[in-house]
Design a protein around this ligand. Structure first.
Ligand code: FES
Length: 170
């Protein structure tokens, strides 16, 4: 069903939590702290459907100062090299990943389950703990004031058992 589908091209990213839950995420909502979102698509009748029935569709969105986002982030999948979206489901065992701090004091992503750490400025590469792979980036673009997915995740997210499981969406 559309509710249980993964993110698809054209989906609008909407807030997952807080008083804006269900409303489109705008640039003004974003910063260096994680904003959690769901993709929102359409059902057959053309009505909006938040895809919150597929746990692997949960997203983490950031806006960093210009120049901070580097490879292996795919810059063409960011908005102006500053706004980037990732799967927010840990590649280790599927927990939602939250905020953390590096010893330098810099904000990073930290998984509450087994202390997996990711660097969202560098393609969410693993910088600590047991995760076997980066959090997959979801390529996005700006349409008006909304963030819109342009493809499926660029690498295999948690919950897709084989590469073929995610390649069929790409
Ligand atoms: Fe995230 Fe284990 S589930 S580190």
């Amino acid at each position: 069903t559309p509710k249980k589908a993964p993110p698809m091209p054209g989906d609008v990213l909407v807030h997952a939590v807080g008083e804006k839950a269900g409303q489109p995420v705008t640039v003004a909502d974003l910063g260096e702290e994680l904003v959690r979102a769901w993709p929102m698509g359409k059902d057959k009748e053309g009505n909006d459907v938040v895809r919150d029935g597929e746990p692997t569709g949960i997203l983490a969105i950031y806006k960093f100062p210009a120049g901070e986002i580097k490879a292996p982030t795919r810059l063409e999948g960011t908005i102006d090299g500053q706004i980037v979206a990732y799967s927010d489901r840990c590649t280790h065992a599927g927990c939602n990943v939250g905020e953390g701090k590096a010893p330098s004091g810099k904000g990073i992503m930290n998984c509450p389950c087994h202390s997996g750490q990711y660097e969202p400025r560098e393609g969410c590469k693993v910088i600590g703990g047991p995760p076997p792979a980066p959090l997959p980036q979801l390529p996005i673009k700006l349409e008006g004031d909304k963030l819109v997915a342009t493809s499926f995740f660029v690498s295999r997210p948690f919950g897709y058992a084989t590469d073929e499981d995610w390649v069929k969406y790409t």
